[in-house]
Design a protein around this ligand. Sequence first.
Ligand SMILES: Nc1ncnc2c1ncn2[C@@H]1O[C@H](COP(=O)(O)OP(=O)(O)O)[C@@H](O)[C@H]1O
Ligand SMILES: [Mg+2]
Length: 149
Amino acid sequence: MDLKCRFTTNPPRGRKPVTWIFYYGEKQALSNINMPIYDKKVTALIGPSGCGKSTYLRSFNRMHDLYPGNRYEGEIRFFPDNTNLLAPEVDPIEVRMRIGMVFQKPNPFPKTIFENVAYGLRVRGENNKRALDDKVEQALRGAAISGTK
Ligand SMILES: Nc1ncnc2c1ncn2[C@@H]1O[C@H](COP(=O)(O)OP(=O)(O)O)[C@@H](O)[C@H]1O
Ligand SMILES: [Mg+2]
């Protein structure tokens, strides 16, 4: 079975094409990926089951790092600061704070809804109760959920 999948398109105007490759252990799952994702545009990723869509998406916030044996080659450039997300000096936790993923199945922490929403702020060092209350309330109202504290 050929596990390789190729997504190729033109790089953004004025930007160098970048490629990366990904291996689950010995198994190469992505081959020479070169696909720009544009700011403020919706990009759809379509392909048959097993072609590598999830593997591709998980690369962006370094989710594969959580499992031993997984390996990337090449670079993933993140603009506007032109960071190579795969560079060894880049902290994957920092990357995950900048690039979020919304999963098919929600997986909240076993805490209250308030604490789940406040979690990101707390990780960022916000402990002021008033500020947390305001921001959580704003987020819940924005998502049309409230009164859940
Ligand atoms: N954790 C894993 N270990 C080894 N191989 C995997 C793992 N996850 C996915 N694969 C393989 O990588 C390929 C791409 O899978 P995946 O990214 O899940 O495809 P898609 O999301 O497009 O259905 C498939 O051949 C799949 O079997
Ligand atoms: Mg998938």
